[in-house]
Design a protein around this ligand. Structure first.
Ligand code: SF4
Ligand code: SF4
Length: 382
């Protein structure tokens, strides 16, 4: 396409430059009923999976229909979302903190038409464009990351693993059969962008091989001290290395038996790549939560040390996730989050009922704090 200027002048980059204006104020985008009743809500109810009603002190009602979104979406899809909002909601809509889409209407008689419209929209491949659900004690959207679509440090893919998982748990997106809500999150490396460290079930990309050292370029593209300081286990030290051509260069040495493949050094230094087709895969974690409801917030814990990257549907991963959800649905009491359930029955029982292998990988060995995760009591079940 021929170049079309926006009016920006590369010869005078600072001229007419607008900066630090921040986001638009959210109150510009309120539906009328939200604007009018802001701060004066009396109560709410979930009418059915995906549909809520909030009642204001004035008696006004707002009905919200929540539907799933793939998070990664085209402008065409957003245009379609806008068309729906134009048709049913006076052009207003919102996205949730789990990247679902919420359409709001101000009377009950508008809900059915909106629902019917949303349900009949499908992609040519057959997937629902706007599946309704994600409320209450079910499974809502999966908070996830960039994966092989855009990041340079992933050990797995985000959109792919998430689609495979949501297909498996789709009925729970549209249902409230679980003891409490179950949040699944995904991150494609252990930078953990997102919420894997605090979710009921978490999918995490994991490497199993140390970085490859590109000695020829390392000192030219990296700040060596930064690479050294990036390692949580001090596996890296500065080193002089002789190249094949006899030239001696500044570089680093990695002590492989101290490396646990976190990939932090590669984040700091482009000459230390470590992704690997067979080595990379997935770790599953479970039992985290962020709310303060009854029990305090919890970190999720590693429960499956490694599953291979089985593109494009990751069957071993979805099977393990399914099994955990089914046992939780059966075993947990009402209101118990996943981690509340495992804490009550004991983790040894959790591994039993979910038929997960307990391997030495699951035993914490990171610094002093590891000691706190071992069992300092004779209390356990056979
Ligand atoms: S989790 Fe890691 S690989 Fe994924 S987007 Fe974040 S930094 Fe990139
Ligand atoms: S991958 Fe992680 S543990 Fe291994 S050398 Fe790099 S920073 Fe250290």
């Amino acid at each position: 396409m021929a170049f079309i200027s926006s009016g920006y002048d590369p010869e005078k980059p600072m001229e007419g430059r607008i900066t630090d204006i921040g986001p638009k104020h959210y109150d510009q985008f309120y539906p009328e009923v939200i604007k009018k009743n802001k701060g004066k809500w009396s109560h709410h109810e979930i009418l059915e999976p995906g549909v809520l009603v909030h009642v204001a002190e004035s008696g006004d009602e707002v009905f919200t229909v929540r539907c799933g979104g793939a998070r990664l979406m085209s402008a065409t899809h957003i245009q379609e979302i806008c068309d729906i909002a134009d048709k049913h909601c006076d052009g207003k809509l919102r996205f949730t903190t789990r990247n679902n889409i919420e359409f709001m209407v101000d009377s009950k008689d508008k809900v059915d038409a909106l629902k019917a419209d949303l349900s009949q929209r499908k992609f040519p491949g057959g997937s629902y464009k706007f599946p309704i659900g994600g409320t209450g004690a079910g499974i809502s959207n999966i908070v996830h990351t960039q994966g092989w679509i855009h990041c340079h440090t992933p050990a797995t893919d985000a959109s792919g693993t998430v689609k495979a998982t949501m297909d498996e748990v789709f009925s729970d997106f549209q249902d409230h059969r679980l003891p409490a809500k179950l949040k699944i999150s995904m991150a494609c490396c252990l930078n953990m962008c997102g919420a894997v460290h605090c979710s009921d079930i978490a999918i995490l990309g994991y490497h199993r091989k140390p970085p490859i050292l590109d000695h020829e370029y390392l000192d030219k593209v990296c700040e060596v001290p930064l690479a050294v300081a990036s390692c949580p286990t001090a596996a890296i030290k500065p080193a002089k290395v002789e190249l094949a051509n006899g030239e001696t260069v500044n570089s680093v040495a990695v002590r492989d038996e101290r490396c646990m493949y976190c990939g932090n050094c590669y984040t700091m230094c482009p000459s230390m790549p470590l992704s690997d087709k067979e080595g990379d895969g997935i770790v599953l974690m479970a039992g985290g939560k962020v709310s303060n409801r009854i029990s305090a917030p919890k970190f999720s814990k590693v429960v499956v040390a490694f599953l291979p990257n089985e593109t494009p549907r990751w069957p071993s991963m979805t099977n393990a996730i399914n099994k955990m959800i089914e046992e939780y649905a059966k075993g947990a009491r009402k209101y118990e989050r996943f981690g509340d359930w495992t804490d009550r029955i004991g983790w040894e029982r959790f591994f039993d009922v979910c038929e997960l292998d307990f391997t030495h990988h699951l035993i914490d060995d990171f610094r002093d704090a590891a000691y706190q995760s071992w069992r300092q009591t004779t209390q356990f079940k056979f």
